[in-house]
Each structure stands twice: as structure tokens, then as C-alpha cells.
Write a protein that binds this ligand. Structure first.
Ligand code: SAM
Length: 172
């Protein structure tokens, strides 16, 4: 179920592509933070693959929708602007399929003016590994924000090609 005003992973395809990619991996006992969970699709897939999942979204509608969709799981869904609700906690992996439109879209589920720069600056404080989905035609933006990620997979969709970008903290 995708509530009104919540990012629809079927309509936008990237959510489904990301879900299929994550579902093909073993996440047993991995502590995952998913940021921007929307309807909770990725969090649900990760949970089904045996991850311990905390999922956050800035949108109250998304949080309500995700909680409803994940009611029979142990996924911890919180309303949070980026890391605000997980301060002091740590995770093995941070997974994010972020809004792609930096300042262009009127739809708040599709854009966040400063999400990418704050994510680039702060993700190593909460996780050892970052898995970031982003359209390959805009990957230059990731360099602009200083992510230092490697593209580990390119996923064809009916729309834009989706890249899976990964970075790992080497010295903790
Ligand atoms: C592209 S949607 C992805 C939804 C879902 N993960 C999926 O793949 O179907 C991006 C999500 O990020 C959320 N978001 C935007 N800015 C955010 C922020 N600063 N902190 C947390 N979530 C944010 C939006 O509300 C939206 O649900």
C-alpha cells in the first residue's frame, strides 16, 4: 500500500529496481539504517533477507504508510530528518534511495535541497558502509558532494538507469 503523498516505487521504478537488487543479497544479522524509506519497500526487503532494520523518513505520511506496511515485522520506523532520530546509534550499512531532483521538482518526495550534501558529510558518523542508489546520468552530482563512492552495479529500468554506489569506512 502506498499512501497519498508517499513516493510510489512502482510509478517511479527506481524503488522496485533497488528492491530487486537488495533482495539478491544476504543481509543476515546486518544492522541496516534505511534513510528515506517512503512506503517501506526497501526496509521490508532487507528485513525479509534477515537484516535488523531501522527505517526513517522526514515525511509523517511516509512514516505512517511504512509502519502500516511493516506492521508484522521488527522494522523500527521513525520520523526523522536524515540522522536526527538516530543520533548516538551505529549501523553496519546505511541504505538510501534518495530524491534525485536536487531543487527541480515541486514534489517534496522527489527532492531535498540539502539532503545529499548533509548525507555526504555525516554518513560515516552512523554507518561503516554506504549503499546509495542514484541515476547514472547524474552521478557527477555525487562527486560534487564529495561522496567518494564506487559504482558497483548498473540496473536498467524502463526509465533512467539506476546505479548502486558504495563506499566503506576503512579506518574506524
Ligand atoms: C526517492 S524516495 C525513496 C522511497 C523508498 N526508499 C523507495 O525506494 O521506494 C525518497 C524518500 O526520501 C524521503 N526524504 C527526503 N528528504 C529526507 C530527509 N531529509 N530525511 C529523511 N527522509 C527524506 C522522502 O520523503 C521520500 O520518502
Amino acid at each position: 500500500m502506498v499512501g497519498h503523498g508517499v513516493f510510489d516505487p512502482v510509478a517511479h521504478l527506481s524503488g522496485i529496481a533497488a528492491a530487486d537488487h537488495l533482495a539478491a543479497q544476504d543481509w543476515s544479522n546486518v544492522r541496516v539504517l534505511e534513510i528515506g524509506t517512503g512506503c517501506g519497500l526497501l526496509a521490508g526487503v532487507l528485513h525479509d533477507r534477515s537484516a535488523q532494520v531501522t527505517a526513517v523518513d522526514i515525511s509523517a505520511e511516509a512514516v505512517s504508510c511504512a509502519r502500516s506496511n511493516l506492521i508484522d515485522t521488527s522494522v523500527d520506523v521513525r520520523e526523522s530528518n536524515l540522522f536526527a532520530a538516530v543520533v548516538g546509534e551505529s549501523f553496519d550499512v546505511l541504505v538510501i534511495n534518495p530524491p534525485y531532483e536536487v531543487g527541480r521538482s515541486r514534489n517534496p518526495t522527489l527532492r531535498s535541497a540539502d539532503l545529499l550534501s548533509r548525507l555526504a558529510d555525516g554518513w560515516t558518523d552512523v554507518a561503516d558502509r554506504l549503499v546509495l542508489m542514484f541515476p547514472t546520468d547524474s552521478e557527477d552530482l555525487l562527486d560534487t558532494f564529495g561522496f567518494g563512492v564506487d559504482c558497483t552495479a548498473r540496473i536498467a529500468t524502463d526509465g533512467r538507469e539506476l546505479g548502486v554506489y558504495v563506499a566503506t569506512v576503512v579506518d574506524r
